[in-house]
Design a protein around this ligand. Structure first.
Ligand code: NAD
Length: 450
């Protein structure tokens, strides 16, 4: 099938590469010519494990082309996927990119005599596809949805850092369709992908995505609330609490006499907060959507509130250890919102660095994949980017672990003693063996251990 994907970000490009690897021909439509040239040359504009390798394979087979001409791409494609951003504006969802692209697609379809299905893959609040995209498509194309063109909402569940394997081997595909012909077209598109396919209406598909993300965000904020209680009670390490909780066989089933560790449990663990382009904005969007529907989403409001203050627990730990942060040299290890990505959107590192700077600390940062800070309102001239972990840590007064990169997990108490005078380590991801660090004389604190 011929497919157009509008938006060449994390979701758009990964989906394009995956669909091309399944044998479809894919146009990836973007606006930035330099970025499009990079993609056509086999270079990913962002870091995602395995993406460039697969991109180069599909380019070699002539199955993917990055273009800026949306008109030409859309008119040739049976399936047109919208994968543009749906950011937060005043704590609610901003659908302006969806509106612009729906209009462009509609205009491109005006002259076409063949059948096309437009698919919203971006995360949108229930009702948005039918209330916003549908009328714009009909008006700009002069065609009727459900008769001349199809419409679907197909949420994406990939996780950054493992997006390629998630998209190649999805655990489920949710297809919300306006009509039967649209869902049949999408089932054909995903024929090669072996997993359960849930065919439903558009609003249900939209709500499924929000529910999935809100559930995971809720588990994280719940874990972080438990961590706060443990920290302030004293004498309890939340790590030990989670060990005891996780071993409940309903969470951690014993199958054929072996414990099976569900991936789900990774979210039932305490840390310095969730970030990224999804959980923060999707939980806020759902709260605001519920409010407009007359429902006060009290639980989700708390999830958002706990998360927004969670990164600052790191500063509270630091202040307990160092008292005053004025002119103290602080090494921040990790800028990405999680390991295996270079995405810093809503990363806990940002409020942490901002607060350190406002308290007069001297900040050095190191992240294996992030080499500059974008869109963070941080005065970049005040932050030193170290070229490796040694340079970041050397002579610092304290180290903050913000991202659980494998590289940091390997650091030993001996390493910290070698590089620092009186090592203070604040572990925001609980990657170190507390007992080993304490025994070595390190002033060790962490989320869930005061
Ligand atoms: P992104 O910001 O990385 O990419 C969006 C892209 O769309 C950008 O490159 C932008 O330039 C492009 N774009 C915007 N308007 C355009 C236009 N008129 N023409 C061409 N390109 C245009 O965002 P993302 O992380 O890929 O997310 C996209 C959507 O998917 C969002 O709704 C997000 O919530 C959802 N989602 C994201 C993830 C994730 O892990 N990143 C996972 C599931 C769902």
């Amino acid at each position: 099938m011929k497919v157009t994907i509008v938006g060449t970000g994390y979701v758009g490009l990964v989906t394009g590469v995956i669909l091309a690897s399944a044998g479809h021909f894919v146009y990836c439509v973007g606006r930035n010519k330099e970025k499009l040239q990079k993609i056509n040359a086999g270079t990913s504009p962002f870091f995602e494990p395995g993406l460039e390798k697969l991109l180069r394979i599909v380019l070699k087979k002539g199955l993917l082309k990055a273009v800026s001409d949306i008109q030409n791409a859309v008119s040739q494609s049976e399936v047109i996927i919208i994968a543009v951003g749906t950011p937060t504006l005043n704590d609610a969802i901003d659908l302006s990119q969806i509106e612009i692209v729906s209009k462009q697609i509609g205009e491109a379809l005006r002259q076409s005599n063949s059948y096309h299905v437009v698919v919203v893959k971006s995360t949108v609040v229930p009702g948005a596809t039918e209330k916003i995209a549908l009328p714009i498509l009909e008006k700009s194309s002069g065609k009727k949805v459900g008769k001349d063109i199809g419409l679907s909402m197909n949420p994406e569940f990939l996780r950054e850092g493992q997006a390629v394997s998630d998209a190649l081997h999805p655990d489920r595909i949710v297809i919300g369709s306006h009509d039967e012909k649209s869902s049949k077209t999408l089932l054909k598109l995903y024929k090669e992908f072996v997993c359960l396919k849930v065919v439903t209406n558009i609003k249900t598909a939209e709500m499924t995505k929000y529910t999935a993300n809100s559930l995971l965000a809720t588990m994280i904020s719940f874990s972080n609330e438990i961590a706060r209680i443990c920290e302030d009670t004293g004498g309890i390490d939340v790590i030990d609490v989670w060990r005891g909780v996780h071993l409940d066989s309903r969470l951690n089933p014993i199958i054929k006499e072996k414990r099976v560790e569900p991936g789900f449990l990774k979210y039932l663990f305490s840390g310095c907060g969730y970030g990224g382009s999804c959980f923060p904005k999707d939980t806020k969007a759902l709260v605001s959507y519920a409010q407009k529907a007359g429902i006060e989403a009290q639980l989700l409001q708390s999830v958002v509130k706990i998360n927004s203050s969670q990164p600052l627990r790191m500063i509270a730990h630091l202040k307990k250890a160092l008292k005053n942060l004025e002119r103290k040299k602080i090494a921040v290890l990790g800028l990405a919102f999680k390991p295996e990505t270079d995405d810093t959107r809503e990363s806990p590192a940002i409020p942490i660095i901002k607060t350190l700077l406002s308290e007069g600390a001297v900040v050095r940062v190191y992240d294996p994949k992030v080499k500059h800070l974008v869109d963070s309102n941080i005065d970049k001239s005040l932050v030193t980017f170290s070229k490796n972990v040694q340079d970041a840590v050397i002579n610092s007064d304290a180290v903050l672990i913000v991202t659980a990169w494998d590289e940091y997990k390997k650091l030993t108490p001996e390493f910290f003693w070698k590089k620092m005078k009186n090592p203070v380590v604040i572990d925001g991801r609980r990657i170190y063996n507390k007992d080993k660090f304490l025994k070595a004389g390190i002033l060790y604190r962490g989320i869930g251990y005061g």
